[in-house]
Design a protein around this ligand. Structure first.
Ligand code: GTR
Length: 333
């Protein structure tokens, strides 16, 4: 009697589990999609991904939602990419600088001065090239779906030692760059010593003198607090590197076609929303840097040209394999 009772309870549990795994029941299950960003709450990329979550929640009657983990709570960008690959998180918002070593085709955007200016970059990511590269990520077999692009303006050098006015001032400086050999070689070709390091370590490295400087856009420099230790910011715009929101393929495959379509739609919208937020944030960052007494150095066109000429070895080494794509990029107005 007791035995029979246990057996029927076990069978009941089995059927309950089977019912849960079936289509309509699965559709009712709530799924919280975790998202990681190295930047703090309020940063344009963080807000844009959170807004994808709000829209998803509404459109799926609460079945899908997003839980954002900002401020490197889940680690740096390398970690975020790996966590998305194994399905531990759903969204990783990362720089193409960090993603290039995983999906090599993206490295074309990591060539210094490949874009004429940020408007050129925006036109490229909004057009067929942008879509092709999102698809390259999705079809790379690396466990990621390329969902959307994000703007990150132009990157500039900053340091704790002295104003960098010309390339000669970079000589011998230990400069943190993103974890990608292309950037180490870029910094070296300009006369510095490139040190590849995760973003999660930069503030500490600047503070302790492990590096003399780093390079980044104004919002990262200011809102991630690097400006508290590095007092010299040189507007040289050596890199314009867009960012991507990638989604875990493992989690993607558990979603319905309709849900996937919603993600694609809201991803596109997030790309435009982030851009507007970015414009405002970039200005706020510069104002905050000025108010904090940061010395901002404008580089003359002639000196910019010297930086540009110096990176020829990077192009010689990495340019040829991306030649077709570089040509397509250059043709974009
Ligand atoms: C920022 C970017 C981050 C991260 C960081 C870095 O501009 O938004 O995704 O890549 O740069 O330098 O590592």
């Amino acid at each position: 009697m007791i035995k029979a009772h246990i057996a029927s309870a076990a069978a009941g549990a089995f059927f309950a589990a089977a019912a849960l795994a079936s289509g309509p029941a699965l559709a009712q299950q709530k799924l919280i999609l975790k998202a990681s960003d190295v930047h703090p709450a309020g940063y344009p990329t963080v807000v844009a991904v959170e807004d994808i979550g709000k829209k998803l929640e509404k459109a799926t009657n609460g079945r899908l939602s997003v839980q954002m983990y900002p401020s490197m709570q889940l680690g740096g960008e390398k970690e975020a990419i790996e966590q998305a690959q194994v399905g531990a998180i759903a969204f990783a918002r990362v720089s193409v600088g960090a993603l290039g070593p995983v999906v090599d085709e993206l490295n074309v955007f990591n060539l210094p001065y490949v874009f004429r200016n940020t408007t050129h970059m925006q036109n490229v990511i909004d057009g067929p090239i942008g879509q092709d590269l999102l698809d390259k990520v999705t079809n790379s077999g690396k466990g990621l779906v390329g969902l959307a692009w994000m703007d990150a303006g132009a990157r500039n050098f900053y340091n704790t030692k002295k104003p960098i006015k010309t390339m000669a001032d970079l000589k011998g400086m230990k400069v943190r760059v993103m974890g990608n050999p292309m950037f180490v070689e870029m910094a070296n070709s300009m006369g510095g010593n490139g040190v590849a390091m995760g973003y999660d370590q930069v503030f500490n490295a600047l503070q302790t003198g492990v590096v003399d400087g780093a390079e980044n856009n104004p919002p990262s420099f200011v809102f991630d607090n690097h400006y508290q230790v590095a007092k010299f910011y040189t507007i040289d715009e050596h890199l314009i590197v867009p960012e991507m929101v990638v989604f875990s393929k493992k989690i993607w495959d558990t979603l319905s076609k309709e849900e996937q379509a919603l993600l694609v739609k809201f991803g596109h919208e997030a790309q435009q929303e982030e851009r507007k937020l970015w414009e405002v944030y970039e200005k706020q960052a510069m104002d905050k840097a000025k108010a904090a007494g940061i010395q901002i150095i404008e580089v003359s066109d002639a000196d910019k040209k010297a930086f540009q000429d110096a990176v020829k070895p990077v192009w010689d080494k990495y340019g040829p394999k991306h030649a077709d794509m570089v040509k397509r990029i250059q043709e974009v107005k």
